[in-house]
Design a binder for this molecule. Structure first.
Ligand SMILES: C[S@@+](CC[C@H](N)C(=O)[O-])C[C@H]1O[C@@H](n2cnc3c(N)ncnc32)[C@H](O)[C@@H]1O
Length: 508
């Protein structure tokens, strides 16, 4: 059974179209509603997909009944305030950060007002039975009033009070809220502007927003909602605005268009999942089987914490080229859950040191936790970007990296940063994905193929040229036996000769 963390992070961002004609839609997940014993109510909506593009909103009702909706969206009026704004005292733009700190535990922060909120979903046999059934029901079942009423009655039996899954929003839009999987909240704590909101409660009456009831107990839900388009001209103009804005936000890189912030969040989401749920299906292989096939010596792997190997998502073996000896100072760019960093630490011994740099919190947390538990005192995992590494210039003997640089939209900056960190004569030993031919825009602008280590692959000669331009001499280039696994990934890789290489270069 896949966890809420795995299911929610797998929803790909899109500005698509509703499944039903004449409707607008959102698809994603959130905390449907969570009442606290202090009288406050919180809710969260995370819609990677909607008619107007991805957005997140944080809803708050104070004990006096005043609602605020804070939206992390290109335009606040295209997010939940479109439907619930008329019932709010306050609607504002805000930054909302989310992190799954476990398969069922979510940490949410809001910048203004300052909210720090943790919510955990219960593991329950009943929901484990009902959710797959509910998710398997076809979408048209939501058009049958008797089935919608049946679902409302089931929600009531589960303690959620009188929910209405179809109805009219405060904005006048008429629609259907279609939670397909629900998880009861088992624990939550929240502080709003430093004030503790108390404990989750189960009030007798459902909290409501503009007459629309929210659950009378904490519920995390995954699903979608659709509303009949009430004014087609207004809808067309809002969608044109949203599309225009999306185009403006794309930046040009090497003549190719790409939305960098969207890309960064996709890469983080994908590798957060690699850290937390390495057994989930990806476009690429992970784990010990992959490491052994790529040529990692079995005895070396046996001397590394096994969970780091489970989350290994590299693309080649290159540590023989790195020639890390006792006392070496090593920098691992995009260290992930740390497998190569642990191997480098074993090679450099107690007098050596390893710094692993990564931008994904869950990867860093996993690698650091494993290093602490296994007593690898000579490794430090630092949060940072590989384009601007947080290490002092000229202090490193060897830079290693596995399956990472292809993910960067600015590869020359990564090689310059590696050269700056190295002492003269220092070694750059890496494995990465390159392509025989320049990839077309359909592939480079597909952020999910990029996050899967395909879309960002540079043409092989250009890649090696960027290494030389940064001040390296390229000494070895070796092809690896690496294969992508999903059909989509395989199609792109065969068409454009996407392969893995291990490279050794020395700093001039
Ligand atoms: C394919 S995984 C490889 C991880 C690790 N090297 C391994 O072999 O398992 C890519 C890693 O690079 C990190 N990453 C990608 N782009 C990055 C960037 N620009 N700065 C820092 N880390 C980045 C991701 O967070 C992820 O952990």
């Amino acid at each position: 059974m896949r966890s809420p963390a795995a299911l929610t992070t797998a929803i790909e961002p899109d500005m698509g179209e509703a499944a039903w004609p004449d409707h607008e839609y959102v698809r994603g997940w959130g905390v449907f509603g969570l009442p606290f014993d202090s009288g406050h109510v919180l809710a969260l909506r995370v819609f990677p997909q909607s008619s107007f593009g991805p957005y997140r909103t944080l809803w708050h009702r104070d004990p006096e009944g005043r609602w605020s909706i804070h939206a992390d969206a290109r335009r606040v009026e295209h997010a939940c305030p479109r439907y619930y704004g008329p019932a709010c005292d306050n609607v504002a733009a805000a930054r909302i950060d989310l992190e799954w700190t476990g398969p069922r535990t979510l940490h949410v922060t809001l910048d203004q007002p300052a909210l720090d909120w943790t919510v955990s979903a219960e593991r329950s046999l009943l929901m484990g039975f009902l959710n797959p059934l509910s998710a398997a029901m076809p979408l048209f079942s939501w058009r049958l009033p008797a089935l919608v009423r049946g679902r409302e009655r089931l929600a009531q039996a589960l303690g959620m009070g009188r929910l209405q899954m179809s109805g009219t929003m405060p904005s006048g839009h008429h629609g259907l809220l279609m939670p397909q999987r629900m998880y009861l909240v088992s624990q939550s704590s929240a502080a709003l502007d430093g004030v503790d909101l108390g404990r989750p409660s189960r009030p007798r009456e459902n909290p409501t927003i503009g007459g629309v009831p929210l659950p009378a107990r904490g519920v995390l839900a995954i699903g979608q909602a659709m509303w009949r388009i009430s004014d087609p001209d207004e809808f067309d103009s809002a969608r044109r605005q949203a599309k225009g804005q999306q185009r403006e936000e794309r930046v040009m890189t090497d003549g190719r268009t790409l939305d960098r912030s969207d890309l960064e969040s996709r890469v983080k989401l994908m590798y957060e999942q690699v850290a937390l749920a390495p057994e989930a299906p990806f476009h690429f292989e992970t784990g010990r089987g992959l490491a052994e096939r790529l040529g990692y010596p079995v005895a070396d792997l046996d001397a590394v914490p096994a969970p780091a190997i489970d989350s290994f998502a590299g693309v080649g073996y290159f540590l023989d080229l790195a020639e890390i000896g006792p006392g070496a100072r090593v920098l691992d760019l995009g260290s992930g859950s740390g497998m190569d960093s642990f191997l480098a630490a074993n090679a450099s011994g107690p007098t050596g040191s390893v710094i692993g740099v990564d931008m994904t919190t869950a990867q860093l947390a996993k690698a650091s936790g494993l290093a602490d538990a296994a007593g690898f005192d000579q490794i430090e995992f630092r949060e940072g970007y590989i384009e601007d590494v947080p290490v002092e210039d000229g202090t490193v003997d060897c830079v290693i990296s596995n399956g990472v640089i292809n993910l960067s939209p600015d590869k020359p900056a990564v090689f310059r940063a590696a050269a700056a960190a190295l002492r003269p004569g220092g070694r750059l030993a890496i494995a990465d994905i390159v392509s025989a031919r320049q990839l077309p825009q359909g592939v480079t602008c597909d952020a999910s193929l990029w996050a899967a280590c395909i879309g960002g692959a540079a043409q092989r000669d250009e890649y090696l040229g960027a290494i030389r331009d940064a001040g390296f001499e390229v000494v070895v280039v070796r092809d690896n036996d690496y294969r992508f696994i999903s059909d989509r990934a395989l199609g792109a890789t065969t068409a454009y000769g996407v392969t893995s290489v291990s490279v050794l270069a020395t700093k001039r």
